[in-house]
Design a protein around this ligand. Structure first.
Ligand code: AMP
Length: 285
């Protein structure tokens, strides 16, 4: 396994693989890997000749006062995990390599898909994500790129960007990987004290309650939202950022579920102390 730090070297590696007729799978990450990330890597390993995992904590997707400076980083541990999965290359550029002085080009998907949910609470976040993902695509030249359903809005935004900017690659979605007790895996779970981690189990539990209510025929979106909110509020330290029930196709509003056929996304973001966690469930009706 190679660790490549520069864009030029990464591009020439990928060009050479393309010349040899090899397919390339890319797994973009911010590192501090867990089993959720590894599931993406395994999917990429099955479907491609070459697997590249990028590890880059992207400064421009963090807002002022967010956790960029303290975001956990451990390249040595990540390398050991990826070596075991037979990854070919880790692409691990420095900040200045991706955004040299004077850098001023950004990629932005407009509209509801980026202004709702995390877009509302984290202004500029998705612009940072789509910019870095575009740069990673132009650097690693993948045939397929793997993203987790854990960040449901993120993968929808990226799919739209790929379609509308005609990136010549396929996006593969990987389902949410959870701890045995149901907590969605996240690098940010390491911020939680034992007490807060226990309280955070309410997130998945409340989503399951919401999903069951819809599956049992509840048509009133507000009632389902309230059921979820009330359940989360039983935790003394939970601070709800949002609980939303939207179209799983394009994040459009749903007031009444009676006419609906297709996917419904139940998405939430909740702060426990300073730690903001997100989770979601897709419901097919
Ligand atoms: P991150 O390092 O948090 O930027 O995540 C990198 C990729 O891993 C993103 O596509 C995430 O959606 C995905 N991911 C993170 N946690 C999980 C999880 N628990 N299950 C599935 N995918 C995940």
């Amino acid at each position: 396994m190679e660790i490549i730090k520069t864009i030029k070297q990464m591009q020439s590696y990928s060009r050479e693989q393309q010349r040899l007729g090899k397919t390339i799978g890319l797994v973009p990450t911010m590192g501090y890997l867990h089993e959720g990330h590894i599931e993406l890597v395994k999917a990429a390993r099955k479907e491609n000749d070459i697997v590249i995992v990028s590890i880059f904590v992207n400064p421009i997707q963090f807002g002022v006062g967010e956790d960029f400076d303290i975001y956990p980083r451990d390249l040595k541990r990540d390398s050991q995990l990826l070596e075991k999965e037979n990854v070919d290359v880790i692409f691990n550029p420095e900040g200045e390599e991706m955004y040299p002085a004077g850098y001023n080009t950004f990629v932005e998907v407009s509209g509801e898909i980026t202004t709702k949910l995390c877009g509302a609470s984290r202004p500029g976040h998705f612009r940072g994500v789509t910019t870095v993902v575009s740069k990673l695509f132009n650097t690693c030249l993948p045939d397929k790129a793997y993203f987790g359903q854990k960040d449901a809005q993120q993968v929808m935004v990226i799919e739209k960007m790929v379609k509308e900017l005609n990136f010549p690659l396929t996006i593969v979605r990987v389902p949410i990987i959870r701890e045995k007790d149901g907590l969605a895996m996240s690098s940010r779970n390491t911020y939680l004290s034992d007490e807060l981690r226990k309280e955070a189990l309410l997130l998945n539990q409340s989503l399951i309650k919401g999903k069951q209510a819809i599956e049992n025929g509840e048509k009133d979106v507000e009632k389902v939202k309230k059921l979820i909110q009330d359940y989360i509020k039983t935790s003394p330290n939970a601070n709800i950022d949002y609980v939303e029930i939207l179209s799983g196709e394009d994040l459009s509003d749903l007031s009444d579920l009676s006419e609906l056929k297709g996917k419904i996304l139940i998405a939430l973001a909740v702060k426990f102390g300073n730690t903001r966690l997100i989770d979601n469930q897709l419901v097919e009706v």
